[in-house]
Design a protein around this ligand. Structure first.
Ligand code: PIR
Ligand code: CA
Length: 335
């Protein structure tokens, strides 16, 4: 493919007041859909993608992130590489659900037009937030929280300056990595504890919600039929993810966790939220990596942290499908 005729931005024309976000991810199958949703919806202004070792090693998830942007033909979103491992605990990649590459099952395009930026993701996050107007940037995390915790420790002023943090992780009643812990939090519970303790607004979109974001065959078929090349790409990802979830997690259909964060920003009514205190167990033992949400009594409207429990399934998939269709249309126009 020629690179000479690329239009400067393949991002969707943004709506006025589009939400500025930084997406910090460990690109596996569902992170890939989160990236597509972020570039394909006009209400989202994706300032950059930062990467974190998680589903697979840092080099792999960084390559995957670039390849997904290449697939979407989005060449103006910078990608920065972050931390390669959790603060204290070892990295234990989730190869059983995402494969060795972190994004097994599809042929990835060569990300030749999506260069890796110089500089560490943590520094880039800090600089981007400090050089923007206060309370204008939402930090979205769909992997372990190491980069976010590191950024807050290196430049504490970001905590007041960001608008909020929206993360996929944890669960109130659901778990996957252990009987009580979810993978992103369990991978780096120390970082997660830091993120939940800091005085910023945190929305935890946990497994209670994301286990409802099931890619049913009819949903996948719709996306494949209407989404052209990009729909095919997503469908390939879902084929692998479904098999992995059938073999390892006793699910019939794969839960597509990470785009729930972006969908919530696009349309908050896609989930119901409940304000309550959330803390993280980071001491060794049975409950290592558990998110402890206080669900007693009435919700506490003054709580900085909130959790989600449900998902509007139809609305969620309409939002995802719409983004895939738009990306594909734009891709065809520029081909
Ligand atoms: C999904 C993940 C890790 C392990 C399993 N079994 C399933 C990844 C997803 O990318 C998502 O961000 C989160 N971690 C769900 O636990
Ligand atoms: Ca993820």
């Amino acid at each position: 493919m020629e690179t000479a005729n690329l239009s400067p931005s393949q991002k969707q024309a943004l709506e006025p007041g589009a939400e500025k976000i930084i997406l910090d991810c460990d690109t596996g199958h569902d992170d890939a859909v989160a990236i597509l949703l972020a570039v394909g919806n006009p209400k989202i202004d994706l300032l950059g993608v930062t990467t974190i070792g998680g589903n697979a090693e840092l080099e792999k998830v960084t390559y995957n992130s670039r390849a997904v942007l290449q697939e979407a033909q989005v060449f103006d979103v910078p990608v920065h590489k972050g931390c390669s491992r959790p603060l204290l605990t070892p990295l234990r990649p989730a190869a059983e659900v995402h494969g060795e590459t972190g994004l097994d099952g599809v042929e990835l395009p060569d990300p030749k037009d999506v260069p890796l930026q110089e500089g560490h993701a943590v520094n880039w996050i800090i600089d981007t937030i400090m050089n923007s107007d206060p309370k204008t940037i939402t930090l979205v995390a769909t992997g372990p929280l190491t980069n976010i915790a590191m950024a807050a420790r290196l430049e504490p002023a970001i905590v007041e300056r960001v608008k909020r943090v929206v993360l996929m992780g944890g669960g109130v009643y659901e778990a996957n990595s252990t009987p009580v812990a979810e993978f992103n939090i369990w991978t780096d519970p120390d970082a997660a504890k830091i993120v939940f303790e800091l005085p910023w607004d945190v929305t935890m979109i946990g497994l209670d919600t994301t286990h409802q974001a099931l890619c049913l065959p009819e949903i996948q078929q719709r996306i494949e039929e209407n989404g052209g090349e990009v729909g095919q790409f997503m469908s390939g990802l879902m084929d692998f993810f479904r098999l992995a979830y059938q073999e390892n997690q006793d699910f019939q259909n794969p839960p597509v966790h990470d785009p729930c964060t972006i969908a919530y920003i696009i349309d908050p009514s896609v989930v119901k939220t409940r304000r309550c205190a959330v803390d993280v167990e980071n001491q060794p033992g049975l409950t290592f990596g558990e998110t402890v949400a206080d669900m007693r009594g009435p919700a506490d409207p003054t709580s900085r942290t909130q959790v989600t429990l449900d998902l509007d399934f139809e609305k969620f998939w309409d939002i995802v499908e719409d983004a895939i269709v738009r990306i594909n249309e734009k891709k065809q126009e520029s081909a």
